[in-house]
Design a protein around this ligand. Structure first.
Ligand SMILES: [Zn+2]
Length: 437
């Protein structure tokens, strides 16, 4: 039964991806009308907000009405999730549990899940797998944070299959997992060369370290069919680097625990399609106006099918750049880049904000740098934390500072430090630029 429902859902998603943007939005508004009427009836927090915004007749909700609704920030309900939740959801659905965000610095937030949200999470993940023609009979290995000792080096954890959602519909090849946090890049590399998976699933920062290691030690990776990334932002430099050094294609997904899959990479282009059948995604500027294609703004998400913890105009904390319609013909909106969080934005000495671009390629040509992280300490000062294989000469230090100033701004004072290693977040994620101001 579950299998036939999933097949039907995937068939429907195969159709709707080709709808026009207008048709998709009309269908989203049909669902938003139901969601808002439900939230107004069952959740006093939302009822009050809707009243304050002067929006009431949800059967006739328009885009203009919608834009009057306030933005929901984490701090509005963090630690008080019951404020935006209800147990009364329309039959035949039930609350099945809850899921917390994997936020690296902030207190996690927890939203209720239902049998419908779980089903849809699986459906959109399977759609992504189908978009990229995954060969389910092959082996998949993952280097990721796993809070379990059994996935440590040297054995990792061996599983008979990929697990759900792939196993809901397919017989799959084997799967293995190595914990990313308790292992070094040398151990990860050695494990990978033994495992020889067709698909490697990992974080962009782990992949970068593996590529650096292979380049430095002149070793070739196993023959991957594809590398699949998640959990951190991916830049164009990493895509180029992977293609040029390993000759392998990268696929990235943009997802969050509280919302499910948000945007999946287009099968034909290195950008992302919003999963509009499940979420209404807005990219908004500082005045909460919609951004035009090419402009970067806050990602504001409404989950269309979570009636237990509706997230209505929820600012998830990420920034993204909206793209023009895709040449593939899908009507699903395009996110050209996903850029991370406020703490990843550089502030220039004159106060101007900017997304920093500094690849490891330039630095690694100057000195044997294993890992780097830039921390903005003040409006004038940037600390470059460098993990190095051997001592960096004074002339190289000057070159490094020059490269960083060229990328970030000539007026910065650059201070170099040489830690033994750079800590990851509690959930194993890594940020190569962080602002402390
Ligand atoms: Zn496309």
């Amino acid at each position: 039964m579950a299998e036939s429902q999933m097949m039907a859902a995937l068939y429907q998603l195969e159709e709707s991806q080709w709808w026009s943007p207008e048709q998709l939005q009309e269908s989203q508004f049909d669902q938003l009308r139901l969601l808002c009427a439900h939230a107004e009836k069952e959740i006093p927090f939302y009822r009050q907000r809707f009243q304050q915004a002067g929006v009431g007749d949800f059967a006739r909700l328009t885009l203009d009405d919608w834009r009057r609704l306030p933005i929901l920030s984490r701090s509005d309900f963090q630690g008080r999730e019951e404020l935006i939740s209800t147990q009364h959801i329309p039959a035949p659905y039930q609350v099945t549990g809850s899921i917390a965000t994997s936020g690296s610095t902030a207190q996690p937030i927890r939203v209720s899940t239902t049998n419908l949200t779980q089903f849809l999470w699986n459906a959109f993940t399977l759609r992504e797998h189908q978009w990229h023609y995954l060969d389910f009979s092959k082996k998949l290995s993952s280097i990721r944070y796993l809070n379990q000792r059994e996935a440590g080096y040297p054995h990792g954890m061996a599983l008979g299959n990929w697990g759900p959602p792939a196993t809901l519909l397919y017989h799959t090849g084997p799967c293995s997992i190595l914990d990313s946090k308790s292992t070094t890049v040398l151990q990860q590399w050695e494990w990978l060369t033994r495992e020889k998976p067709a698909y490697l699933v990992t974080y962009p920062s782990i992949l970068t370290e593996l590529i650096k290691h292979s380049a430095h030690s002149h070793q070739q990776p196993p023959e991957f069919s594809e590398i699949r990334l998640f959990g951190e932002t991916v830049d164009a430099e990493l895509r180029d680097l992977c293609r040029e050094t390993w000759g392998v294609r990268l696929t990235d997904t943009y997802s969050a625990n509280e919302t499910g899959p948000i945007a999946n990479q287009c099968p034909e282009e290195p950008h992302y399609h919003v999963q509009s059948e499940n979420l209404f995604v807005e990219i908004l500027d500082d005045q909460n106006r919609p951004c035009a294609p090419g402009k970067i703004g806050r990602v504001v998400i409404t989950t269309l099918h979570n009636f237990a913890t509706p997230l209505i105009r929820y600012a998830i904390g990420d920034y993204a750049e909206l793209g023009p319609p895709c040449s593939c013909g899908r009507g699903l909106p395009v996110l050209k880049r996903i850029l991370g969080r406020v703490r990843n934005i550089l502030t220039l000495p004159n106060g101007e904000k900017r997304w920093p671009v500094l690849g490891w390629g330039k630095l690694s040509r100057i000195a044997p740098i294993v890992q780097h992280q830039l921390i903005q300490k003040s409006l004038q000062k940037i600390e470059a934390r460098l993990v190095v294989r051997e001592k960096v000469a004074a002339t190289q230090e000057e070159e490094i500072k020059h490269v960083i100033r060229k990328s970030l701004g000539e007026d910065f004072e650059i201070v170099l430090s040489y830690p033994e290693s750079i800590e990851r977040s509690p959930t194993g994620k890594f940020e190569d630029f962080k602002s402390e101001i």
